[in-house]
Design a protein around this ligand. Structure first.
Ligand SMILES: Cc1ncc(COP(=O)(O)O)c(C=O)c1O
Length: 385
């Protein structure tokens, strides 16, 4: 069996050795609670605050605007629910999109069933939201717009700066889930009030993320307790995780241009290679895309079978989003961009990372046509007939 190849970096990434090394002391020697007064505690506090400052500098914001959380699910929940709870009155209107991550969608749904109103915007066939749609959806009582920076399933980038400008003019809080873009693309942070990110998508550890909260943005905490994170998120800080997130951000800052150029070239090669297989389509925008995600549909094939067969060949990919993989409903994102149901079931997401090599891509493109043919030969539905 050849070496295993990992092409599921949108689900999670391997922790970089630099990140692991930076975290290590905070497990076994500098293990203090960052709230303790003694030297162990002060050492941990220093590490947390230096990490916060490093991440803030990279993002171009103030350190006190970075609120560490347990990941982006919590950051998204805090953004959507925290903004709603901070209002003086119950009720009001929220705008989001049909292709958001479930951490946003389910938070918006929850609001909609608890006295708020929500509009979920449609997207075009590439997954793009038109800022004019946002403008048309805004109402007098709209207090929050939440639109992701780039899709975790199909990679499509959204016009965040334009949407942010519309919100700013009207005093509406604008949140973006930037999980897949943070450290890979330039994010127009000056146009947003709230921004979520997660370390494990960036070669950092799982279980740590942050929400950028622009100064003066009203936000109620969801976690109540000891008043950590300036009262915005109680709970003992995950010191090794936070240090790891900062190390991953430093790494991204130094390598970003080279890594992104490499990932874009891999994506171009994948688009060309898959287009040569009959009965396939690209899901997402051909160019306005995150560099590391390519999503395709294969007529006459179940995505799960394709993922399993590639796994037998030692190649890890995914169908739909990792979080919803166990359920066999077609992905809400593919439905939203109008992929026919027959094709939506046969989707494959290939996502690359800093460790991906040209040989990995060559091997996938070598194996894929054969696997697709084998599966189609087994299927009662013949493609092209
Ligand atoms: C776009 C997006 N938002 C939110 C999340 C949730 O992040 P976490 O795993 O840190 O909770 C993910 C991870 O799948 C994601 O891709």
């Amino acid at each position: 069996m050849p070496e295993r190849i990992y092409l599921d970096n949108s689900a999670t990434t391997p922790v970089a050795s630099e990140v692991f090394d930076a975290m290590r002391p905070y497990f076994d020697s500098a293990y203090g609670n960052a709230s303790s007064l003694h030297a162990f505690g002060r050492e941990a506090r220093r590490a947390v605050e230096e990490s916060r400052a490093g991440i803030a500098e990279f993002l171009g914001v103030l350190p006190e605007e970075v609120v560490f959380t347990s990941g982006a699910t919590e950051a998204d929940n805090l953004a959507v629910l925290g903004t709603a709870y901070a209002r003086d009155r119950r009720g009001g209107h929220v705008v989001s999109s049909a292709i958001e991550h479930h951490a946003v969608l389910h938070s918006v749904d929850w609001l909609a069933s608890h006295g708020f109103e929500a509009t979920l915007l449609d997207v075009d066939e590439t997954g793009r939201i038109d800022p004019d749609q946002v403008r048309a959806a805004l109402r007098k009582d709209t207090f929050l717009v939440s639109i992701m920076a780039g899709s975790n399933e199909i990679g499509t980038l959204e016009p965040i700066a334009e949407i942010g400008a519309l919100c700013r003019e009207r005093g509406i809080v604008f949140h973006t889930d930037a999980v897949q873009g943070f450290g890979k693309i330039d994010l127009p942070v000056e146009s947003v009030d709230l921004l979520s990110a997660s370390a494990h998508k960036l070669h950092g550890p799982k279980g740590v993320g942050f929400l950028f909260v622009r100064r003066k943005t009203r936000l109620s905490p969801l976690m109540l307790g000891g008043g950590h994170e300036r009262g915005r998120r109680s709970g003992t800080e995950n010191v090794p995780g936070i240090v790891g997130f900062a190390a991953a951000t430093r790494l991204a800052a130094t390598e970003r241009d080279q890594v992104t150029t490499r990932l874009r070239a891999f994506r171009a090669k994948l688009l060309e290679g898959v287009a040569a297989i009959p009965g396939t389509r690209l899901n997402g925008h051909p160019t306005e895309s995150l560099p590391h995600i390519a999503n395709f549909s294969f007529a006459g094939i179940e995505g799960e079978s394709l993922v399993m067969r590639l796994d037998e060949e030692g190649i890890a990919t995914s169908t739909g989003s990792a979080c919803s993989s166990p359920d066999l409903e077609p992905s809400h994102v593919l439905v939203a961009i109008g992929v026919p149901l027959s094709m939506a079931h046969g989707s494959l997401r290939i996502s690359t990372g800093r460790q991906t090599t040209p040989t990995d891509i060559d091997r996938l493109l070598d194996v894929l046509p054969r696997v697709v043919k084998d599966l189609r030969d087994l299927s009662p539905f013949k493609v092209g007939e």
